[in-house]
Ligand binder design. Structure first.
Ligand SMILES: Nc1ncnc2c1ncn2[C@@H]1O[C@H](COP(=O)(O)OP(=O)(O)O)[C@@H](O)[C@H]1O
Ligand SMILES: [Mg+2]
Length: 269
């Protein structure tokens, strides 16, 4: 069975401020979707709401995985159902090595009933697996012995993200790649890594303006967000057009989209 992530009429507020005003989207395993839109249109808000970040309140609508409503679930429960959000700014966890972190994350996802301190995937099995994945991705095995995110360069943070994807094999991967702060090494790591990993079992939502990322991972669907709503859906050609020409024409086609947001903000204040 092909898994489906279904977002229906999703309204999300941060504090009292409505940010998303009815988002609809359906992502199947094996599909690559791009989400584009000008700064402040609500793309990251959607990513956080999907992942179950506690600061993002769903006020209406739903998020379902294979018909199971996950809207009220905690982030880790969603992760166990196959949802993965790559973090833009991963935290530094003092004294935790990449391999230890991944061993816990993999154990949580594969063994949902496990309690802290038990049910960890066996060390030998895990080591073998992580080495294989790192070899496939062309990564230096030393990387697994580094302390998590401690002094990581942009490219290394992205290696971490891709290695996490490879180990967790989520059904739905959401990659929110901000344009600022990604150097060309980092863009290459994500572009090539994702192209290797995204297969028939992974549904991918890429949030980006990076041409290269989408060239390596051509989206079957491009969604354009404006004022907290998806205003247009197209294919890879739409992504190309937005890269080349920006959002002026999209804005002109949907003059109402950003007003709604201003009105909503005015009502809230
Ligand atoms: N944690 C937050 N606190 C307050 N406002 C927020 C927060 N997150 C997002 N917003 C607001 O929501 C709107 C959409 O932001 P965001 O989802 O980050 O857009 P994008 O990722 O498309 O640039 C912006 O107006 C932003 O200021
Ligand atoms: Mg963003």
């Amino acid at each position: 069975m092909t898994s489906v992530l279904k977002i229906s009429d999703l309204h999300v507020s941060v504090g009292e401020t409505p940010i998303l005003n009815g988002v609809n989207m359906e992502i199947r395993q094996g599909e690559v979707h791009a989400l584009m839109g000008p700064n402040g249109s609500g793309k990251s808000t959607l990513a956080y709401a999907l992942a179950g970040h506690p600061n993002y309140n769903v006020t209406a609508g739903s998020i379902e995985i294979d018909g199971v409503n996950v809207t009220a679930m905690e982030a880790d429960e969603r992760a166990r159902l196959g949802m993965f959000l790559a973090f833009q700014y991963p935290v530094v966890i003092p004294g935790v090595k990449v391999a230890d972190f991944l061993r816990h994350a993999v154990s949580n996802v594969r063994n949902p009933e496990r309690k802290e301190g038990e049910g960890l995937i066996g060390m030998r099995e895990f080591r073998k697996e992580i080495r294989e994945r790192m070899t496939e991705l062309g990564m230096d095995h030393e990387f697994a012995r580094r302390y998590l995110n401690d002094g990581f360069s942009g490219g290394e943070k992205k290696r971490m993200e891709i290695l996490q994807l490879a180990m967790l094999q989520p059904r739905f991967a959401i990659l929110d790649e901000t344009d600022s702060g990604l150097d060309s090494d980092a863009v290459r790591v994500v572009s090539e890594g994702l192209a290797k990993l995204a297969g028939p079992l992974m549904g991918v939502l890429i949030i980006t303006h990076h041409k290269r990322l989408l060239e390596f991972n051509p989206p079957q669907f491009t969604h354009v967000m404006l004022g907290g709503r998806i205003v247009e859906i197209g294919d890879a050609a739409l992504a190309h057009d937005l890269h080349a020409n920006g959002y002026a024409t999209v804005r002109a086609r949907h003059p109402e989209a950003e007003n709604t947001k201003a009105e909503a903000a005015a009502v809230a204040s």
